[in-house]
Design a protein around this ligand. Structure first.
Ligand SMILES: Nc1ncnc2c1ncn2[C@@H]1O[C@H](COP(=O)(O)OP(=O)(O)OP(=O)(O)O)[C@@H](O)[C@H]1O
Ligand SMILES: [Mg+2]
Length: 267
């Protein structure tokens, strides 16, 4: 039966991210920061995004949540046509997308448990800090803390945790959203090598177990080769390398970096 109004868009598990010929420009006369990017993200895969500083990695993630100005092309996240969403729909989209950042972005004076619980508030409109959380949400937040290996820290102030522990709280907070997609922008840039591996293994397991795409930007090539199913290399806003991780090695990823440019400049 036909209805008069279009159904609310959503990100269903069958859908994936589909980006076509994406161009992003921050100002009318500025250069294109992303210049003709095509990218699909599939269920259950961890995709590493590599590129020098300024190549457009963060902008690509922002374009997926409507935080970057899309000049042309399409960005489809599930049913959401990201370039053409109103404010309410943008909030709805963002409530489906778990985000993990280099600096964790926790509220330091609040407990670990409360930080995770704030994940359940995404898309719920203005945060009511006086509101109490439902007991089923508290139970789920504790389960998620257990899953990321730090349930014993639930009552501690977030700021008292190590960087690796804080990042795992941030991942639990993202999971609290029941995300259909996770965007992790340099999630291990502030962590030591051992903790970097722990966090990336956790994100990889989440991609597999939750059957969602996880897009993770990284600066360390060996970490990308170890902890992803696919690698996408951006250079000056264009994808210059893309492939299944087992088929790639460091030499094949060299075009991602400006090594040749630097050598030319040095000559
Ligand atoms: N809000 C903004 N306004 C204007 N220019 C911007 C803005 N955000 C990013 N840029 C420019 O876009 C380009 C790409 O930036 P972006 O942050 O996407 O790169 P990145 O690959 O994430 O770099 P990094 O590895 O340093 O995080 C840079 O030249 C940057 O200066
Ligand atoms: Mg960045």
């Amino acid at each position: 039966m036909q209805t008069a109004t279009a159904p609310e868009p959503t990100i269903t598990d069958e859908r994936r991210v589909r980006i076509r010929d994406l161009r992003v420009q921050y100002a009318p006369d500025a250069p294109f920061v992303l210049d003709g990017v095509d990218l699909d993200l599939h269920r259950g895969e961890m995709v590493a995004l590599l590129g020098s500083s300024g190549s457009g990695k963060s902008t690509l993630m922002k374009a997926l949540t409507g935080f970057a100005p899309i000049s042309s092309g399409t960005v489809q996240a599930g049913d959401f046509d990201v370039a053409h969403l109103g404010r309410g729909q943008l909030r709805h989209l963002r409530s489906h997308v778990g985000q993990v950042f280099q600096q964790f972005n926790l509220i330091g004076r609040l407990s670990v448990l409360t930080n995770v619980l704030t994940g359940s508030l995404y898309g719920a409109g203005p945060v009511n800090m006086l509101g109490t959380f439902r007991s089923e949400d508290r139970k789920r937040a504790l389960e998620l803390l257990d899953r990321v290996g730090i349930a014993h820290k639930a009552g501690d102030e977030a700021r008292s945790l190590s960087g690796g522990q804080q990042q795992r709280v941030a991942i639990a907070r993202a999971l609290m959203q029941n995300p259909k997609l996770i965007l992790a922008d340099e999630p291990v840039a502030s962590l030591d090598p051992k903790m970097s591996r722990v966090v990336l293994e956790l994100l990889h397991a989440i991609a597999r177990e939750e059957r969602i795409p996880v897009l993770v930007s990284l600066h360390v090539v060996p970490l990308a080769l170890e902890h992803s199913d696919r690698i996408v290399g951006l250079r000056h806003g264009e994808i210059v390398v893309e492939g299944a991780t087992p088929q790639l090695d460091e030499a094949m990823l060299a075009p991602v970096y400006d090594i040749d440019d630097d050598a030319e400049e040095a000559n």
